[in-house]
Design a protein around this ligand. Structure first.
Ligand SMILES: [Fe+2]
Ligand SMILES: [Fe+2]
Length: 397
């Protein structure tokens, strides 16, 4: 009797974290084979542009597992019409391999909801359940409680296997593919395939887009909760450009792109810095979350081919600097005071914004620096210089 692991997922795309988990489970459970099964996407669901087809996701799985005879791509779910139910997959596998034992592998989120799956009792009859728990993050007591419930009520054979987490998430990886630096997350052949087929928008010419297309692409790279802010900045920057005689198109484009890399965490920010050759100060190297203005400027320039003044405004939008251009000032203050911002003093800034841009900026810098001081956080040299410069130039007190 052989042992077969069943590992399903969207694999959009399959990444090194998936492969690591499959190999680890094969080792620990002495599995003869692990079937990696891409889930079908519902036919009625519209997918974002540049999404791979089911066939392409399967091909990426094939490329990722080649070289390890224990792992194998499996198209059972892609071949079936309509919604994919795990219970059907297990029935099919049982028919194909009647003498073998099935081990259904899943992460903790799936495991916690398993009893609500379609025919969960049948699933537990057909396969042993293996929950791959991320050692530090998962609440052990909750998992044990759920395991006890499944054993008692569904007669499930449940194992919880703690595993060292490989922190990778497909949404982040899709962003990194677009930014052109996903080498750390994907098997080499998978990444080559993605680039050749321009999946997730990789390696396409993104320069010279209309504002509408630029906006759509940019907003797609943001976390959903940041979208209103980014639109707010773009619209506010456009109004300020009109009021003060700057290029409205540049202001709108700077606004829509200014936080384009903000969804990325520290390690990804550092990866982008290496990719784009961005020099870091020792402070920046240890506070990489602050880097999105620099990486955002690099993306605006190198991927979207934006004008130098637009990229420069993005570069300075978090700190400001001495002797800012009109567009630098507009983007900085639009980011600070766009309509979705809510903090003490923002109403005052909004009031003076259209009367005296420098005064709004001076107050904005002053308030930010005060807040940082109050919180005991280090002050950025450029913000101090920006504040001092404007204070002296305009004679503000
Ligand atoms: Fe920002
Ligand atoms: Fe912002």
């Amino acid at each position: 009797m052989g042992k077969i692991g069943v590992y399903g997922g969207s694999f959009n795309p399959i990444h090194l974290g998936h492969i690591h988990a499959a190999r680890e489970m094969a080792d620990r459970l002495c599995l003869d084979q692990v079937f990696m099964i891409p889930a079908a996407q519902p036919p009625h669901k519209t997918l974002p542009a540049y999404s791979p087809t089911g066939g392409q996701r399967l091909e990426m799985v094939r490329l990722a597992v080649q070289g390890d005879p224990r792992l194998k791509e499996c198209d059972l779910e892609l071949q079936r019409e309509g919604k994919s139910y795990t219970v059907q997959t297990l029935h099919q596998l049982k028919e194909l391999y009647p003498d073998d034992e099935l081990y259904l592998l899943m992460g903790t989120d799936m495991f916690m909801g398993l009893d609500h799956w379609y025919q969960s009792d049948e699933i537990c009859r057909l396969a042993r359940i293996v929950c791959i728990s991320r050692e530090e993050k998962d609440k052990k007591a909750d998992l044990e409680k759920k395991a006890a419930y499944l054993r008692n009520n569904l007669k499930a054979d449940v194992s919880i296997l703690p595993s060292k987490p490989v922190e990778m998430n497909s949404t982040t990886i899709r962003r990194m593919i677009f930014f052109g630096c996903a080498d750390d997350y994907l098997a080499e052949d998978v990444y080559s395939y993605i680039r050749q087929n321009h999946l997730y928008g990789a390696d396409l010419d993104w320069t010279g887009l209309s504002f509408e297309r630029l906006s759509a692409r940019s907003l797609d790279l943001h976390k959903q909760e940041r979208v209103a802010h980014v639109i707010g900045v773009s619209e506010t920057a456009a109004k300020l450009a009109e009021r003060y005689g700057a290029r409205i198109d540049h202001a709108m484009r700077a606004g829509i792109l200014h936080d384009v890399t903000k969804a990325l965490d520290g390690p990804e920010q550092l990866c982008l810095c290496r990719h784009f050759g961005i020099q870091l100060t020792p402070f920046e190297a240890t506070h990489p979350k602050l880097l999105h203005s620099k990486t955002g400027a690099a993306v605006a320039e190198r991927i979207f081919g934006e004008q130098p003044e637009t990229c420069e405004a993005i570069f300075w939008h978090t700190t400001g600097c001495a002797d800012m251009t009109l567009l630098d000032k507009i983007l900085y203050i639009a980011d600070y005071a766009e309509p979705n911002r809510c903090f003490d003093g923002v109403e005052y800034i909004r009031e003076v914004l259209y009367q005296d841009l420098d005064l709004a900026l001076f107050r904005g810098f002053g308030m930010s620096l005060e807040e940082l001081e109050r919180e005991g956080k280090p002050l950025d040299r450029h913000s101090i210089e920006a504040y001092d410069f404007i204070k002296k130039e305009r004679g503000f007190a």
